[in-house]
Design a protein around this ligand. Structure first.
Ligand SMILES: *Cc1c(COP(=O)(O)O)cnc(C)c1O
Length: 385
């Protein structure tokens, strides 16, 4: 498709090219000093003690659940309104994902009251996802985790740099996980980061990221070690120097690009306010969002399919965040989950549409999308009536 406005685009220029060429010329491509520097700067930026760069956010989530000791017989309470990896990664450990509903059509983050209702004697952890870069009600969630003695994982894939009450996403729970996939706020192609303030968890993450081995290839190359032991079942979830070099440049752009995203989101709100049939969530969010995506909710009187098709006809790419995880065939068949379990999540799953948002977008494109929304709404209402 030749979109007039694609859903997302990346902010990439000569700085990224130079960084990658620099790595290639150095002839050391797998994890080494560039990755260490990326981890150090990312940890500094978040104000967190430990940061480990990994292959992607899915491996970060798996490491998080594994390092916190989840296994067969354990339950994790988490949102169904997320990317499937949040739950799949729990399955890798043998733990059972137990879904909690989101708060409301205004607040698409996991509902603390519903989390509490889902806690059983088998619950070992809570995982939250900061939808669209808007932080969850972390004071309530942290309180629950403490009262019930549960580990807390933050899927912060949408939220690098987002804050609430002065605290950054990913640094509030026991472990935070970030994605650098090509449509995220900081991109390296594939890539991710796992962060923690806990030394014990950091030790396990470091081991499990690389086969449970006690030394790394580049440490041996540096002459710091000549052999290794294996002390745990580990994985190969390493990033490489090429991606870390991209990540360093992208990290330098993150604050400015998040600021741009917030400006564009504000403009969307202004332009779309008063459109009949459209509800814009997170109108009174307490924190500073990373504005990863711009979600809208259509009234039940509007056909979402017709709306999305009309937007496509106008040259505007849209998406849906998310088809609820508990309604996927695998989850229905394995766990007996189904319709009616999570009413708000299911309503959002049917009515949400994500509009284009990316830092290089420019206000004129926001205005073009807003005009297209108006046209698409008229067509989608006609279809329904
Ligand atoms: C993108 C994303 C992931 C997965 O990230 P990868 O880096 O592609 O593995 C997980 N959770 C959420 C909420 C995401 O948006």
């Amino acid at each position: 498709m030749n979109w007039k406005v694609a859903l997302s685009d990346i902010d990439m220029d000569d700085a990224e090219l130079a960084a990658v060429v620099g790595v290639l010329k150095s002839r050391w491509l797998s994890m080494g000093q560039v990755t260490q520097e990326f981890e150090r700067q990312f940890a500094d930026y978040l104000g967190v003690k430990h940061a480990f760069a990994v292959a992607n956010c899915t491996s970060a989530l798996h490491l998080a659940y594994a390092a916190l000791g989840l296994g067969p017989g354990d339950e994790v309470v988490l949102p169904s309104l997320s990317f499937v990896a949040t739950a799949n990664a729990a399955l890798y450990t043998g733990a059972r994902p137990v879904f909690a509903d989101v708060t409301s059509l205004d607040d698409l983050n996991i509902c603390p009251d519903d989390v509490e209702r889902r806690i059983t004697s088998r619950t070992r952890a809570i995982a939250v996802m900061h939808y669209g870069g808007h932080l969850c009600a972390m004071d309530r969630i942290v309180d629950l985790a403490q009262r019930y003695d549960l580990a807390l994982v933050e899927d912060a894939a949408h939220a690098p740099g987002a804050t609430i009450h002065g605290q950054k996403a990913g640094t509030i729970g026991d472990v935070g996980c970030f994605s650098f996939f090509s449509n995220k706020n900081l991109v390296t192609g594939e890539g991710g980061m796992i962060v923690t303030n806990r030394d014990d968890v950091a030790d396990r993450i470091k081991l499990m990221r690389s086969h449970g081995m006690t030394t790394l290839t580049w440490e041996r190359h540096g002459g710091h070690a000549h052999s290794y032991d294996v002390v745990a079942v580990g994985y190969n979830y390493r990033i490489d120097e090429i991606r870390s070099a991209l990540g360093l440049v992208q990290l330098g752009k993150l604050e400015r690009n998040n600021e741009r995203r917030r400006g564009l989101a504000d403009l969307y709100r202004e332009k779309l306010t008063g459109f009949p049939g459209v509800h814009i969530p997170f109108g009174d969010h307490a924190g500073t969002s990373a504005c990863h995506i711009f979600p809208i909710l259509l009234d039940e009187t509007i056909s979402r399919r017709a709306f999305i098709e009309a937007m496509r006809d106008e040259g505007i790419q849209t998406s849906v965040h998310y088809p609820p995880i508990h309604l996927f065939s695998y989850y229905r068949e394995r766990f007996g989950y189904g319709e009616g379990m999570l009413p708000v999540t299911e309503a959002v799953g049917k009515r949400e549409v994500t509009l284009p948002l990316f830092p290089t977008m420019g206000p004129e494109l926001v205005e073009l999308v807003a005009r297209s929304v108006e046209i698409a709404l008229e067509r989608a209402i006609e279809v329904t009536s």
